[in-house]
Design a protein around this ligand. Structure first.
Ligand SMILES: Cc1cc2nc3c(=O)[nH]c(=O)nc-3n(C[C@H](O)[C@H](O)[C@H](O)COP(=O)(O)OP(=O)(O)OC[C@H]3O[C@@H](n4cnc5c(N)ncnc54)[C@H](O)[C@@H]3O)c2cc1C
Length: 385
C-alpha cells in the first residue's frame, strides 16, 4: 500500500477535510439526521475529496493514506457527524479486502472505480441469526456453469441501499469442517435478485443500514476475492483490524465533541451566581472526560502505528476500539448531565451523540468480543515468552 508521505500534503488534506466539515456537513447534519434521510450531496463531496480512496494505494488511484492520517480524518468527521464517516469507512473495509487478497486483475478492475467513488459499497457479514459468531452464517453461494448463485439474507448492512456493491461473506462449501474452510468473500453488484429494505435505528441516522436479500443473485466466478474458496473468514478478520481502528477513531471524535461542547456550555450556563464550570462537580466531569479522550487517542495512535508498520495488531486494535468506544459512551452521558435539560433537547447535538455512541460498542465486533481477543493474545504472548 502506498503512503501519503509528504507532511505538507497531509496538512493540506486535513485542512481540506476541516473546510468540508464546516461548509458541507455541520450546517446540514441536524436536519438530515432528524429526517433520517441520506445525505447524497455530502457523499458526493467525499468523492471529490478522494476519501472513497483514502486508504487505497496510489497505484490504484487512491490517496494511499497511512492509518495514522486516516484515523485523524475519521476523528474530525465523527466529531461533527459520525454517519458521514460510515459512508467511506465501510466502503474502505471492502476495498482493503480486495487490495490485500484480490488477484492483480481484480485490483486493476475494482480499485480505481472504488477510489473514484464510482463504485461505493460496504461489507456484508452479519445475518439475522448471527453476528459475533460468523461461523454460523448461512448465506450460500453455489457454483453454476459460469459463476456463483447466491441465496440468503444479510442484516444491518451499512451502505447497502445507496451503495452499488457489497463484499459478501458466503458459504461455498456447506460440509467443510471447520466451517470457516467453506467460507468465501464475494463482490456482489446491485442487480435483480438483490433486494434491500431499510432498518430503523436509535441513532447513526442518515446513513443507510439495511437488510439485503439475495434471491438467486448471479455473480461471475471472478468476483470471488483472490479467486480462491475457503479463505473468506480469514480475509474478513484481517480487514477488521483496520475497521476496529476506524471505529476507535470515531469514538475519539465523538468523545471530543462531547468534551468541547461541554466546556463551552459550562462557561455560559450560570447556576447559583456563577458559571457552572466554576462548580467543582462539573470540573471533575470535564477532567475525567478530557483524560478519557486523551487516553483513547493515544491507544488509537498506537494501533494505527502498528498497523502502518505491518505488525499483527488485533490486540492493539481491540484495546483501542474497546476503550475509545466506552469513552464516547461515557462522555456522551456526562455531556448530557452537564447540559441538564438542554442535553435532552433536540436543539443541541448532545442527544445525538448519546444516541450514536452505543453503536461503537457493537459494530466491527462487540466490546465483549474485543475483551476475548485481547485476553487470548495476552495468554498466547505469555506462552511464547
Ligand atoms: C447500525 C449498525 C450498522 C452495522 N453495519 C454492519 C455492516 O455494515 N456489515 C455487517 O456485516 N454488520 C453490520 N452491523 C452488525 C454488527 O456488526 C453486529 O451487530 C455485531 O457484530 C454483533 O452481532 P449481533 O448483533 O448479531 O449480536 P450477537 O452476536 O447475537 O451478540 C449478542 C450479545 O452476546 C454477546 N456475545 C456473543 N458471543 C459471545 C461470546 N463468545 N462471549 C461473550 N459474549 C458474547 C455479544 O457481545 C452481545 O453482547 C451493524 C450493526 C448496526 C447496529
Amino acid at each position: 500500500m502506498g503512503t501519503y508521505a509528504d507532511k505538507g500534503d497531509e496538512a493540506a488534506l486535513l485542512d481540506a477535510v476541516d473546510q468540508f466539515i464546516e461548509r458541507d456537513v455541520r450546517p446540514f447534519a441536524r436536519k438530515f439526521e432528524a429526517d433520517d434521510s441520506y445525505p447524497k450531496e455530502i457523499a458526493d463531496r467525499l468523492s471529490q475529496l478522494g476519501l472513497f480512496g483514502a486508504t487505497i494505494g496510489g497505484e490504484y488511484g487512491g490517496l494511499g493514506l497511512s492509518a495514522r492520517i486516516y484515523t485523524r480524518i475519521v476523528e474530525r468527521v465523527s466529531a461533527c457527524w459520525m454517519s458521514i464517516s460510515g459512508i467511506f469507512n465501510s466502503h474502505l473495509i471492502a476495498a482493503n479486502a480486495v487490495e490485500r487478497f484480490g488477484t492483480e486483475e481484480q485490483k486493476q478492475r475494482w480499485l480505481p472505480m472504488m477510489a473514484r467513488g464510482e463504485m461505493r459499497g460496504g461489507i456484508a457479514l452479519t445475518e439475522p441469526d448471527c453476528g459475533t459468531d460468523l461461523q454460523a452464517i448461512r448465506t450460500e453461494a453455489a457454483r453454476d456453469n459460469d459463476g456463483l448463485v447466491i441465496n440468503g439474507t444479510k442484516m444491518w448492512i451499512t451502505n447497502s441501499m445507496y451503495g452499488n456493491f457489497l463484499a459478501v461473506l458466503v458459504v461455498t462449501n456447506p460440509i467443510a469442517e471447520p466451517r470457516h474452510r467453506g467460507m468465501s468473500l464475494v463482490l456482489v453488484e446491485k442487480q435483480d435478485g438483490y433486494e434491500t429494505s431499510k432498518l430503523e435505528k436509535l441513532g447513526y441516522n442518515g446513513i443507510d443500514t439495511g437488510s439485503v436479500h439475495f434471491n438467486n443473485t448471479r455473480v461471475p466466478a471472478d468476483n470471488l476475492i483472490g479467486m480462491e474458496e475457503g479463505k473468506g473468514l480469514q480475509q474478513v478478520l484481517v480487514g477488521l483490524e483496520l475497521g476496529r481502528i476506524n471505529i476507535a477513531a470515531r469514538g475519539v471524535g465523538l468523545a471530543r465533541a462531547c468534551l468541547e461542547e461541554s466546556i463551552a456550555y459550562s462557561q455560559l450556563r450560570k447556576a447559583f451566581g456563577k458559571p457552572i464550570c466554576n462548580h467543582q462537580a462539573i470540573q471533575f466531569k470535564l477532567a475525567d472526560m478530557a483524560t478519557r479522550l486523551e487516553a483513547a487517542r493515544l491507544l488509537v495512535e498506537r494501533a494505527a502505528h502498528a498497523y502502518d508498520d505491518g505488525i499483527r495488531c488485533d490486540m492493539e486494535a481491540g484495546m483501542a476500539k474497546l476503550f475509545a468506544s466506552e469513552a464516547a459512551i461515557q462522555n456522551s452521558i456526562e455531556a448530557m448531565r452537564i447540559h441538564g435539560a438542554y442535553g435532552y433537547s433536540k436543539e443541541y447535538n448532545i442527544e445525538r451523540y448519546y444516541r450514536d455512541a452505543p453503536l461503537l460498542a457493537i459494530g466491527e465486533g462487540t466490546n465483549e468480543l474485543q475483551r476475548i481477543i485481547i485476553a487470548r493474545q495476552l495468554i498466547e504472548k505469555s506462552k511464547a515468552d
